[in-house]
Design a protein around this ligand. Sequence first.
Ligand SMILES: Nc1ncnc2c1ncn2[C@@H]1O[C@H](COP(=O)(O)OP(=O)(O)OP(=O)(O)O)[C@@H](O)[C@H]1O
Ligand SMILES: O=C(O)[C@H](O)[C@@H](O)[C@H](O)[C@H](O)CO
Length: 163
Amino acid sequence: MEDTLLGVSFRDADEFHSVENKKKMSSGIPLTDEDRYPWLMAIHNYMKDLHNEGKSGVVTCSALKKSYRQILLTGSDISTRDQKTNSDIESLVFVLLNGSKDIILSRMSQRLGHFMPSSLLESQLATLELPDNTERCIQVSIDNDVEGITDEIIKRISEITDS
Ligand SMILES: Nc1ncnc2c1ncn2[C@@H]1O[C@H](COP(=O)(O)OP(=O)(O)OP(=O)(O)O)[C@@H](O)[C@H]1O
Ligand SMILES: O=C(O)[C@H](O)[C@@H](O)[C@H](O)[C@H](O)CO
């Protein structure tokens, strides 16, 4: 799928989840590190292929933990603790869409036909590790309309990539 606004490829991380993972979440059961590892590796490999082809893209992903973001960056293997530090995708920028639990909950409850029940928001927020200053990440408030958020993301990313 192409992101019409930016003219680059767009993928939702949910497309990379196994049927088992989706069933687990639909049942209101949070995923474990082991459940997420193949999912994160599949997303890393997709982004690495895009990078190697000299292309840009957008992937929406919860990427809740720093170790998950390390896997997305380096393809490192948390199961063997073989934590590579160098990124395979040096141009990757994380964008944290930051907002209150109330805003997130009100938006999730508007969603129709999504496998993720709002009841899992609690565990998502409990698992979330906000990016630290060692990570290439910008934070954008979601307390805005979609156009305003998108404009802010594009502005902030251009500031990073132009610097
Ligand atoms: N800025 C916004 N203003 C109003 N509604 C919004 C805004 N952003 C998203 N929504 C609505 O909130 C709901 C959740 O949005 P979306 O599915 O994009 O969230 P998400 O971050 O991808 O969630 P998840 O990580 O669980 O997939 C959707 O119904 C969407 O239309
Ligand atoms: O890591 C996880 O627990 C999952 O990826 C969730 O974050 C959901 O898939 C996502 O929120 C729904 O779109």
